[in-house]
Ligand binder design. Structure first.
Ligand code: S3P
Length: 191
């Protein structure tokens, strides 16, 4: 089924949320289910630098990464509908929030803190968790960001106990509810 018939709107689906929320894998499920293009902002930034995200943080610092992240968002072609996967810190800059809002429906993948941390920490590729106490760092970052995610999201899905496919199905169901198909016209009564 194509996206337009699934959701009834001509907008992209923008995935936001904390590291470990499953944005990339859910994005791939949505891509398979809708046929929409898939755009991962972290991948755009990584290919611009020709290095991985941890390498960008290590060699150029977080500020340069954030600038490139905003630049990558600015360059998204809004006329082409897509599944847009963002990095967990995208909500930190007000400019990004404006850009994302103009790009589509914003879907926040949330979850309970312990589950998100366990998932995020499994992959040892999160520069912001390379600290003495990653669990504490995660908690602080999440505490600061939750209100930002909540503020910008059109839809929230709790991913804690769902598979990636279940999350994708839940998102599409919520989008459908937001944009129900217009009711069929009622035939005029014969007089
Ligand atoms: C970041 C999350 C990462 C990546 C970068 C910064 C963050 O993406 O953009 O390491 O600030 O939370 P994921 O959310 O895909 O891990």
């Amino acid at each position: 089924m194509r996206y337009s018939s699934v959701t009834g709107v001509g907008k992209s689906i923008v995935l936001i949320g904390m590291m470990g929320a499953g944005k990339s894998s859910v994005g791939r499920c949505l891509h398979r289910r809708t046929g929409l293009a898939l755009l991962d902002i972290d991948e755009v930034v990584a290919s611009k630098f020709g290095m991985s995200i941890p390498e960008i943080f290590a060699e150029h610092g977080e500020k340069k990464f954030r600038e490139a992240e905003t630049e990558a968002l600015r360059r998204v072609r809004t006329e082409e509908r897509a599944i847009i996967i963002t990095g967990g810190g995208v909500v930190l800059r007000q400019e990004n929030v404006g850009i994302l809002r103009s790009q589509g429906v914003i879907v926040w993948l949330d979850g309970d803190e312990e589950t998100l941390f366990t998932r995020a920490f499994q992959k040892q590729n999160r520069p912001l968790l390379q600290t003495k106490n990653p669990r504490k760092s995660f908690s602080e970052i999440l505490g600061a960001r939750r209100p930002l995610y909540a503020n910008i999201a059109d839809i929230r899905v709790d991913t804690s106990v769902l598979t990636d496919e279940e999350v994708a199905v839940a998102i599409l169901a919520k989008l459908r509810r937001m944009n129900p198909k217009p009711a069929s016209p009622v035939p005029a009564k014969a007089s």
